[in-house]
Structure formats: structure tokens, C-alpha cells
Design a binder for this molecule. Structure first.
Ligand code: MG
Length: 383
């Protein structure tokens, strides 16, 4: 089998670091040809020394000059969104892993599709905001969209060899986050430190807060709708605190398939890279007898209203999912800066969503406008 040549957008983040671990583990199948970071120039420089990619990019252009002095002279270094697009479309790449936090990955992802690259998607925002446009473009160009989010990767695995059968339900598992058993009254006053303590996954700050509010699961519901082309009514959530079962697919006959492994992003990243092949690796292998028991419970949408907001956004479609996403980003930023209380995250998102005039089948321009509008509104609601 041929080595897959990968560009990693977001190489210094937690997904990016896992992707480099995979590359280290299966060098015969994965080659790193491009690395891009937001602003962690020092880490990017070290990665460039180690991996010797064909090109790199740093979103923060103020660091380019300094960065250039720290990397081998033959490796070009691009900046800004233009730089990310340059990397996403480089002729030496087969696949682009989009693992950038927030909305900055959208333009490079679309550019990669247009350039005929397969996409490994870790940034939910791409499909949440522009799922319709992204999936359409991918179909037109005949490129694959491979999910790296552990839940969607699990569903993708469960669907292999069974694409002729109708899916009855997709069931996303959720760890429940650090406040799974916290009372509604106590949730009012949780601290930033408590919210940043995720029970089973180690991830970036934004997604860790999203896991505490269950907004992460809400974004994943919308993501699933686009990736697997099912109405959001068929996407369910079950809370599974051990994070061993990464999701289920239920078929018409009532049978359910699941994918299980330890919670390590290297598993879904490796599968996306080597798909449809499976390769031995050095990851921790699962022994269910060591785990003992796996438990499941229904999510509580009273304590975690974000799931209902996501369902509403997924049902209405149009620009509402972009609004849901952008308003949440603003609120999480403010919570991380200790400017608002935890429940203000979903309360403000709901307010912004309810005051939005939805546009159906939006153009990319309308999506960007809705995104900007939602940010302004969220800012106004929260200050
Ligand atoms: Mg996930």
C-alpha cells in the first residue's frame, strides 16, 4: 500500500499532536508533507525540524519572520488564511487533516476539496456551519470526507459493508462531562477549573468546556446529520461515562453495532489515514475484563439544554447551525476569561438563536454573515 501524504492543519493542537504520534507509529503508511499552526510558532518550528515537511504555515503572520529563522532554509513558510489554503492545496498532498479550533478551517477545507484532496475532518465547525456546501462539493469532486471525531469515526466504522441497509438511528455516546451528576442548582455556580476537568478525554480548552455544557455533543449531532446524510431526528445521544463505546448504529431490524476502544484520538486518526485497511500499532489495547462494567443513561436536557438547541438548529438548518456555533464560541471565550457564569453560555446562545432570521440553503457568504451577526449579538447579550 502507498504511503498517504498528509497536511496537518492545526499540528500544535491536541489532535495535531496525536496525528504526529500516528505518523511516528505507522511511518510506512503516513508521511507528513505540511504542517500548519495558529500561533504556537516555537512548537511548529520544533515539529518542522523533526518532520522536515515540504512546507509549513502559521496563521499568526506576526511570527513568520522569527519562525523562518528557526526552520531549515529549503522549507517555505506561509502566513494567514492564505497560507493555510496554500498548504491545503499543495500538490504533494493526498489528504488534509483539518484540526483547527473554530471557524478558521472552513476556507482551507473547501480549497482542499476543490484541489481534489481527501479530507480528514476533526474540526466540527466545518460541517456544522457549511455541511450542505462541503458535502456537495466533496461529491462533485469525488473526494472522501473521513470523520476523525471519535463518535463519527465509530459510526463510519460500523457502517462499513452495510451501506445498502437503511439506518434507523445513529446513537452518539457522550461522557456526560464533569457535571454529569451535578444538580441543576449547583451547575449555576460551577467554576472554570471544575469545567476544565474532563473525566475521560484530554483535549483543548474550547472543546473541554463544550463537553461540560454538552454543546460538543450538540455540534456532533449536526455533524452526524451531514456526514451520514440522515435527518437529525434519527440522531440520538446516550450518556456513557466510561467513554469506551464511541457510538452505535441501529439498523431497521433493531440490531445495533458499536465500535469500542480506549479513549485515545490516535485510533480514529489512524483509521481515517489507513482506511479501509487496519494496521497493527502500539496503542493501548482494550481488555473489557479490566474495565468491568460499561454503563449508559439518558441525557438530561433540563440540566443540559444545549442538546435541544442543537436539535432545533439541525431541524431548521439554513444559517441557524452557524449561529448556534458562533454564539457558543463567543460565550465560551467569555467563560474562559471569567467574564460570565457557566449557565450564561446556553442562555445567551438560545437568545441569539431565537432572534435570528434564518436563511435556507445559504451561500457561503450568507453563512459568514450569519456567523458575524451571531458573534455581535452574543457579545451584546453578554455585556
Ligand atoms: Mg467527539
Amino acid at each position: 500500500m502507498k504511503r498517504k501524504r498528509l497536511v496537518i492543519l492545526g499540528s500544535t493542537g491536541s489532535i495535531g499532536l496525536s496525528a504526529l504520534k500516528v505518523a511516528h507509529d505507522i511511518p510506512e503508511r503516513m508521511e507528513v508533507v505540511g504542517l500548519a499552526a495558529n500561533r504556537q510558532a516555537k512548537v511548529l518550528a520544533e515539529q518542522t525540524q523533526t518532520w522536515k515537511p515540504k512546507a509549513i504555515a502559521c496563521f499568526d503572520t506576526t511570527q513568520i519572520a522569527d519562525l523562518k529563522t528557526q526552520i531549515p532554509s529549503g522549507i517555505p513558510c506561509y502566513g494567514g488564511e492564505e497560507g493555510l489554503i496554500q498548504l491545503a492545496t499543495m500538490p504533494e498532498a493526498d489528504m488534509v487533516l483539518v484540526a483547527i479550533v473554530g471557524t478558521a478551517g472552513l476556507a482551507p477545507a473547501l480549497a482542499a476539496i476543490e484541489a481534489g484532496k481527501d479530507l480528514a475532518v476533526a474540526s466540527k465547525e466545518i460541517l456544522v456551519m457549511a455541511g450542505e456546501a462541503v458535502m456537495k462539493a466533496a461529491k462533485r469532486k469525488g473526494v472522501k470526507i473521513l470523520p476523525v471525531d471519535s463518535e463519527h469515526n465509530a459510526i463510519f466504522q460500523c457502517l462499513q459493508g452495510d451501506q445498502q441497509n437503511q439506518v434507523k438511528r445513529l446513537i452518539l455516546t457522550a461522557s456526560g462531562g464533569p457535571f454529569r451528576t451535578t444538580s441543576a442548582a449547583d451547575i449555576e455556580n460551577v467554576t472554570l477549573e471544575q469545567a476544565l476537568k474532563h473525566p475521560t478525554w484530554t483535549m483543548g480548552q474550547k472543546i473541554t468546556i463544550d463537553s461540560a455544557t454538552l454543546f460538543n455533543k450538540g455540534l456532533e449531532m449536526i455533524e452526524a446529520k451531514w456526514l451520514f446524510d440522515v435527518p437529525i431526528q434519527k440522531v440520538d445521544v446516550v450518556v456513557h461515562p466510561q467513554s469506551i463505546v464511541h457510538s452505535f448504529v441501529e439498523f431497521e431490524d433493531g440490531s445495533q453495532l458499536a465500535q469500542l476502544s480506549h479513549s485515545d484520538m490516535c485510533f480514529p486518526i489512524q483509521y481515517a489515514v489507513t482506511y479501509p485497511d487496519r494496521l497493527p500499532n502500539r496503542l493501548r489495547q482494550l481488555r473489557l475484563e479490566e474495565i468491568g462494567s460499561l454503563t449508559f443513561e439518558a441525557p438530561d436536557t433540563v440540566r443540559f439544554p444545549s442538546l435541544n438547541l442543537a436539535r432545533l438548529a439541525g431541524e431548521k438548518g439554513g444559517t441557524l447551525p452557524a449561529v448556534f456555533n458562533a454564539a457558543n464560541e463567543v460565550a465560551v471565550e467569555k467563560f474562559l476569561a471569567r467574564k460570565i457564569k457557566f449557565p450564561q453560555i446556553w442562555r445567551s446562545v438560545e437568545k441569539v438563536m431565537l432572534s435570528h432570521s434564518n436563511i435556507e440553503h445559504p451561500s457561503l457568504e450568507s453563512i459568514k454573515q450569519a456567523d458575524a451577526w451571531a458573534r455581535e449579538q452574543a457579545d451584546a447579550v453578554l455585556s
